[in-house]
Design a protein around this ligand. Sequence first.
Ligand code: PEP
Ligand code: MN
Length: 340
Amino acid sequence: MIVQMGTGARAGDVERVIGTITAAGHGHHLSEGMERTIIGVLGPAPSQDLMEHVQVLPGVELVIRISKPYKMASREFHPEPTVVRIGNVAIGEGEPVLIAGPCAVEGRESLLLTARAAKAAGATMLRGGAYKPRTSPYSFSGLGEEGLRLLAEAREETGLPVVTEVMEPDQVERVAEYADMLQIGARNMSNFPLLRRAGRTDTPVMLKRNYSATIEEWLMSAEYILAEGNPNVVLCERGIRGFDTATRFTLDLAAVPLVKGLTHLPVIVDPSHGTGRRELVAPMSLAAVAAGADGLIIEIHHDPVEALCDGPQAILPETLRQIAAAIGPVYAAVRIPVLS
Ligand code: PEP
Ligand code: MN
């Protein structure tokens, strides 16, 4: 249930609604927008009596029953789009944000080279994994804390804020000391202790969709983070499993406008993992922006053949530059209000 207060509601009216909700055994979450206050009622489904009681309290404009299992992530709860700010970068404010970097941090020289190239090509954030979730336990699984230190050094030099993956609940605070945005990868989308722990930090979180997750499951995972008090969640569509092995995954671009209609959270797209093929990264980047994505996260490498992971999907910095130049006109051409 969501309680929408009228524009003339006073602080005392809001307190009275909260008091009534609390007395009925529910938690609440307050969202104070520019124009009006919205109170989300948390916990089990509220009774009809409570709904009717709240409806007649002073200052209350509307009581909405929400059938969706996620509340804080829903558009009803938070009608204005959320803008996630990471330093000077704003995700969800309009212009799509370009995040680029290697799949994994491989070493100091290569990371600095790649970070400089990403910046020169037009990226405004740097990606790179220090802890890598690999399908095989025998594959390169990242440099660990040394990788985090190198990412911090690359940020120092280039000024690009850093997003990097965290895989375990007990790593969250450590990774957050170095990272500007925590990445929760596809394989960990339903790692609920990890989601909770990330929700207790104030570091923005990029939550990737698991390749077998429904849209609702993805939004429920976002709800875990929001419910712990961290409002800065960015969703990332990175491809789902289909029957066809011609691409690594099937990039679900319909999810972008669909999810943006259901939630206020920004949605970005990963065309690298979504396709697994470098020749598809540029066209899918443009398609993602046309579909309303708030940004792109793309893997680049100076020498993809030698990449320690995901070489077949890595593009050269020059291709990134071309993508950066092309997305502006696409965004300008399709700037239609997708949500209304
Ligand atoms: C990644 O971005 O490095 C990654 C492992 O992606 P995903 O979790 O989407 O597979
Ligand atoms: Mn990768």
